[in-house]
Design a protein around this ligand. Structure first.
Ligand code: BTN
Length: 253
C-alpha cells in the first residue's frame, strides 16, 4: 500500500486481523521479502511481548513490524532496538502535550509520565558466521487504550492528551524518525545512538530493581555499555552487567 506520509523505502501491507505482525514479518522475511517491508495489523490475535509475554491487541492501537536487512553481525544488528526507541520517543514527543514527560526505559520501552506507552520486540535470524540474515522490529503503541494490571503500569496516548490518536499517523511519524536515526547508526555506529538514548533514559543514576527470570536485585542504574547491556552498581560497589531483564523503580513492587 502506498501511504504518502511514509518516507521512500518502506513497503506497507495492512491486515485487518493477523496472528502477530512479528510472526507474519518473520514468514515474509523467510520468503525473501526485502528490507523495508512493513506489516501493520489493525488487531492481533496472538500478539507477543518480550520474554514470552502476551501483548493485548485491541483495535485502535498500533501494531507494526518492519523487516530490516543491514549487512552486519547479529550482535551489532540487535543494537537497532535503541535506534527504534529513540525514533519512537521523537515521534511521540511531537504529539503529546508539551509538559508531558517522555523517556526510554531499558531495554526497549517508551514511557509517558512514567507509564509504559510503547514496547519494542526485536527478532533475528543469522547465518553460521553470526552474520544477520534479517531482523524483525516489532512495535506496539497504546494509542487509544492500555491494559490494566500489568507488572509495569501502562498508559495510552489518548489518556495522556495526545493531539493525534490515529495509529497510522503514529506509524508514519515513527517511520520518518526511524529512517533518520538508522542512517545515523549506519554512518556513525552505536556510540552516537548510545549517547542519544542515555539523554532520554528513565531512572539513569537512580535506584532500580532488576528483575531477571530467576533473580531480583537492587542497585543504581549507572550506564549502558557498547553493546547496550545495562550496568548496575550494586551494594558492595561492584558493577553488574545485564543483557536480558526488566528494570523497575523501587516504588513498584
Ligand atoms: C514488549 O514490550 O514486551 C514488546 C511488545 C511488542 C509488541 C509488538 S505489537 C507488534 C509486534 N507484533 C507482535 O506480536 N509483537 C510486536
Amino acid at each position: 500500500m502506498v501511504n504518502p506520509k511514509l518516507p521512500p523505502g518502506y513497503l506497507l501491507t495492512v491486515h485487518d486481523k493477523v496472528d502477530s505482525t512479528n510472526a507474519e514479518a518473520r514468514r515474509r522475511a523467510e520468503d525473501g521479502a526485502p528490507d523495508g517491508t512493513m506489516i501493520q495489523g489493525i488487531t492481533q490475535t496472538e500478539g507477543r511481548g518480550r520474554r514470552g509475554r502476551r501483548w493485548e491487541s485491541p483495535r485502535g492501537n498500533l501494531y507494526m513490524s518492519l523487516i530490516l536487512k543491514p549487512d552486519c553481525s547479529v550482535v551489532r544488528g540487535l543494537s537497532i532496538t535503541f535506534v527504534s526507541a529513540i525514533a519512537m520517543y521523537e515521534a511521540l514527543a511531537s504529539i503529546v502535550p508539551p509538559m508531558v514527560e517522555i523517556s526510554v526505559k531499558w531495554p526497549n520501552d517508551i514511557l509517558v509520565n512514567e507509564r509504559k506507552v510503547a514496547g519494542i520486540l526485536l527478532e533475528s535470524s543469522s547465518d553460521y558466521n553470526g552474520r544477520l540474515r534479517w531482523l524483525v522490529l516489532g512495535v506496539g503503541v497504546n494509542v487509544k487504550s492500555f491494559p490494566e494490571g500489568t507488572e509495569y503500569p501502562a498508559t495510552s496516548l489518548n489518556f495522556e492528551g495526545a493531539t493525534s490518536t490515529d495509529a497510522t499517523e503514529v506509524l508514519c511519524s515513527f517511520a520518518r524518525h526511524f529512517k533518520r536515526w538508522l542512517n545515523m547508526w549506519m554512518d556513525e555506529g552505536f556510540p552516537v545512538i548510545r549517547t542519544a538514548w542515555l539523554q532520554r533514559a528513565a531512572y539513569l543514576g537512580k535506584p532500580i530493581e532488576v528483575r531477571l527470570p530467576n533473580e531480583r536485585f537492587s542497585g543504581r542504574f549507572l550506564d549502558i555499555d557498547e553493546r547496550g547491556c545495562l550496568i548496575v552498581e550494586v551494594k558492595n560497589g561492584d558493577n553488574r552487567s545485564v543483557s536480558v531483564g526488566d528494570i523497575f523503580p523501587p516504588e513498584i513492587r
